[in-house]
Design a binder for this molecule. Structure first.
Ligand SMILES: *[C@@H]1O[C@H](CO)[C@@H](O)[C@H](O)[C@H]1NC(C)=O
Ligand SMILES: *[C@@H]1O[C@H](CO)[C@@H](O)[C@H](O)[C@H]1NC(C)=O
Ligand SMILES: *[C@@H]1O[C@H](CO)[C@@H](O)[C@H](O)[C@H]1NC(C)=O
Length: 361
């Protein structure tokens, strides 16, 4: 590296750190940018606010649902773009037993806990630790200290997330958590609502979807897993080969408004990154490939996004986007046959996601 480029790196780094510092105590929106690829993040819930990238004609669009201001996120019930925790997804009866002790949690969806409780990790202020807006690998790291007893969970947890642009057009998300003093369940999920046609383009029903999973964890009326594994073969849940969503979504039982189900990722092994899913939006040509080291992925087709006023005043309707929330299995704390989500002091949790965007003409 030349002296000049070292100096430039220094400037870029200092600039990033200064930006992070200046708004340490407040809520803000932070950008990371590489060429025409831009991601904006707020420290309120460590949420992705926007992801902007070109289509097959080079035209830019924002491909996630969200709001224009941080204030609007405070009213959000859809977890747009958030890091969801301490335990994402549902916990039956809002309780679990660990080491002989029963923990009663905040029940925020009828009798269940959903997405970590009323506030969880998505309705709280995270700290901006580092922010490098430009350069070779722009990134932002946010942290959140969840205290012992928060939403009913045991022990202090220090969580962090790093959003990084590796190269056009790759976005990596690294979620980490440390149990500081007690064993506790941890299951973080990044909850962006993707519409590769652009957030104002209507619904995702004509998108092609592929999910590398041969089994789901079927659920009861309350959307709690029965504990069984079911093959996707000959069911609307089969996305092993790419399928246009509109076909299978219509074959779901009449009382469901769309997909909201956990898939068991094929070939999951330890911390190794595995292909999870692919989404292709024909009109724009945008393709998104997702890989992760998580054992499961929740497919959610925005069934309860009902006339939500989003960015630019645009009204989001059901199926305006889809979520691919890599994570552990729902209600794992109450299912000994599911991979454990218990994190112990000294044994850290790490969950990676890699989104690779490309164009198919
Ligand atoms: C939040 O919701 C309340 C009640 O519906 C509404 O009055 C208020 O304007 C909303 N705030 C924002 C920032 O959207
Ligand atoms: C929660 O309760 C309401 C009202 O009884 C019901 O309509 C809804 O389906 C329930 N949700 C879940 C996930 O069980
Ligand atoms: C769904 O509705 C269709 C048409 O009304 C009906 O034929 C079918 O039996 C229903 N399926 C279920 C699972 O209720």
């Amino acid at each position: 590296m030349s002296k000049v480029s070292i100096f430039l790196c220094f400037i870029v780094l200092s600039f990033g750190i200064v930006l992070a510092h200046s708004s340490k105590n407040g809520l803000g929106i932070y950008e990371i940018k590489k060429g025409d690829f831009s991601v904006k993040v707020t420290n309120y819930g460590a949420r992705v606010v926007s992801v902007v990238l070109p289509d097959k004609y080079g035209k830019l669009a924002d491909v996630v649902l969200g709001f224009d201001t941080v204030k609007e996120y405070m009213n959000d019930t859809s977890h747009f773009g958030a890091i969801v925790g301490r335990v994402a997804n549902r916990i039956a009866g809002a309780k679990f037993t660990l080491n002989g002790k029963v923990y009663k949690l905040d029940a925020n969806e009828n009798t269940s806990m959903l997405h970590g409780g009323k506030n969880g990790f998505s309705q709280v202020a995270w700290k901006v630790k580092k922010h490098v807006k430009y350069g070779r690998s722009p990134y932002i790291t946010l942290t959140y200290h969840s205290v012992d007893g928060e939403e009913g969970f045991p022990g202090d947890v220090l969580a962090s997330v790093t959003y990084a642009l590796l190269e056009p057009y790759k976005l990596s998300v690294t979620m980490k958590a440390k149990a500081l003093n007690k064993a506790t369940p941890v299951n973080l999920a990044q909850h962006s609502y993707w519409n590769l046609g652009g957030h104002t383009s209507g619904n995702i029903l004509s998108d092609e979807l592929q999910i590398f999973a041969s089994h789901i964890t079927p659920v009861d009326q309350k959307l709690i897993p029965t504990g069984k594994f079911a093959s996707v073969k000959n069911t609307p849940y089969d996305f092993l080969k790419p399928r246009v969503i509109n076909g299978p979504i219509k074959q779901l039982p009449n009382d469901s408004r769309g997909f909201d189900i956990n898939y068991v990722v094929d070939g999951h092994k330890g911390q190794k990154m595995k292909p999870i899913a692919m989404v292709y939006n024909k009109k724009s040509g945008r393709v998104m490939k997702l890989s992760s080291n998580a054992p499961g992925v929740q497919l959610y087709t925005g069934n309860y996004v009902i006339d939500v006023k989003g960015k630019g005043g645009f009204i989001y309707k059901p199926h305006a986007a889809l979520c691919l929330e890599t994570q552990g299995f729902p209600d794992a704390v109450n299912h000994p046959n599911f991979p454990s989500q218990i994190v112990y002091p000294g044994k850290d949790y790490e969950h990676g996601m890699l989104f690779v965007f490309s164009i198919k003409k």
